[in-house]
Design a protein around this ligand. Structure first.
Ligand SMILES: Nc1nc2c(ncn2[C@@H]2O[C@H](COP(=O)(O)OP(=O)(O)OP(=O)(O)O)[C@@H](O)[C@H]2O)c(=O)[nH]1
Ligand SMILES: [Mg+2]
Length: 374
């Protein structure tokens, strides 16, 4: 049996936050949640959570065997982490660290590893800055050239150096992708990308449309790197369905409260998706309306951040097998009215032919306008 890592989770007293934090923790290999504590505020100066809650957790940790880590579902400063670890006497990690660790556990391609390293460096820089401030306050930094300052300076310079090194390598990968993209454009390829919240069903749909076999799962962030494949027609004999010049792109999903630097780190991957001719924006319709709203607006934050061209968007309500018509209509009414939308199910195949036809006709539209412009 695999060794379990026993976790105590601290989140907000809201169902959405708890479920998502649980999902993140349980997506880590062999992480097991022993107990969940909730706190209305996680931004208090000393521990993030209130001192009473921190004491309560200390009690639990000391009375329970083998608690390995406490995970706090919020960003914590270096000082808050230090204070908590001193009190609890076990490692404490915050939401961003958890997401980074999860990414590390999943990354397979060189580029996705580099992107995570870049996010990691950007996660550490403010912590080193903060340490420097603390040292100068506590007088450890006696004048210029003091020991504390020296250590912090070295760490800081080291991080900066790492950052430019990673950025250079990422830039190389970016150039390579740009070259592929040019080739595709030259060949008149029509590019369709799948974007949306993590677990919205992107890869499942991608597999069906391209006859691929990429990993899908109910865990969060199953996909971290980008895959491009051509759309496969369902009837190989049907020559009227020309799909071999249509490419589908599947990529990393979104999550709520994603810090800007993480979007920044994955920017080139995400931007590539947004440069497509058609962007399918997936929304999981099997969830509660309230949660759909939360995920929808989080997704929009990322899309806006990356300056999406709204005219390329087409909304897909996924997992329609798990929602009745009334609910699907309610969701449709809730979403941006100016963007076209339809419901599909990768499980039953509902709507997939219609979707293919939409993709094919959008391609035809593009070819037509290009011919006019020529
Ligand atoms: N009921 C139902 N479940 C589905 C459908 N499509 C996908 N799922 C399930 O939803 C979960 C997430 O699917 P994925 O395709 O991995 O989602 P994703 O958007 O690629 O997720 P990330 O890669 O983590 O961003 C899996 O457990 C799928 O089996 C569907 O049409 N109906
Ligand atoms: Mg996926």
């Amino acid at each position: 049996m695999p060794q379990h890592h026993n976790i105590v989770l601290v989140s907000y007293p809201e169902n959405f936050a708890i479920q998502e934090a649980k999902g993140l923790v349980e997506s880590m290999p062999n992480y097991r949640i022993l107990k969940i504590f909730t706190q209305k505020y996680l931004n208090r100066a000393k521990y993030g959570m209130g001192a009473g809650k921190a004491e309560e957790i200390k009690q639990f940790v000391s009375q329970t065997t083998d608690v390995e880590k406490v995970i706090v579902d919020e960003h914590l400063s270096a000082k808050q982490l230090f204070n908590l670890e001193t009190l609890l006497e076990i490692p404490v990690i915050d939401r961003e660290r958890l997401i980074l660790d999860l990414f590390y556990s999943k990354a397979t391609t060189n580029e996705s590893k580099l992107q995570i390293q870049l996010a990691e460096v950007q996660y550490k820089i403010p912590q080193v800055r903060e340490k420097a401030k603390l040292m100068s306050k506590s007088g450890e930094r006696a004048g210029k050239g003091g020991m504390g300052e020296y250590v912090v300076d070295v760490q800081f310079r080291d991080l900066k150096r790492q950052m430019s090194f990673i950025k250079e390598k990422l830039y190389d990968a970016h150039l390579k992708r740009l070259e592929y993209r040019k080739q595709r454009l030259r060949k008149g390829m029509f590019i369709v990308s799948l974007v949306g919240y993590t677990s919205s069903g992107k890869t499942t749909l991608f597999n069906l449309l391209t006859k691929e076999n990429k990993e899908t799962s109910a865990r969060l962030f199953t996909t971290l790197s980008t895959t491009t494949r051509s759309l496969q027609s369902s009837h190989p004999s049907n020559t009227s369905e020309k799909t071999n010049d249509i490419l589908l792109v599947d990529t990393v999903g979104f999550i709520s409260r994603l810090p800007h630097y993480m979007i920044e780190a994955f920017k080139s991957t995400l931007e590539e998706s947004l440069e497509a001719d058609l962007i399918l924006f997936l929304i999981d319709s099997s969830e509660e309306l309230k949660d759909i709203g939360t995920k929808y607006s989080s997704s929009w934050n990322v899309l806006r951040d990356l300056k999406v061209d709204r005219s390329k968007l087409f909304i897909l309500l996924t997992k329609a097998d798990a929602a009745d018509n009334q609910k699907l209509n309610e969701i449709m009414d809730y979403l941006e009215p100016s963007i076209n939308k339809m419901a599909i199910s990768s499980k039953t195949g509902y709507g997939l032919n219609k979707l293919k036809n939409i993709i094919i006709s959008k391609k035809a539209e593009k070819v037509k306008t290009e011919n006019i412009e020529d």
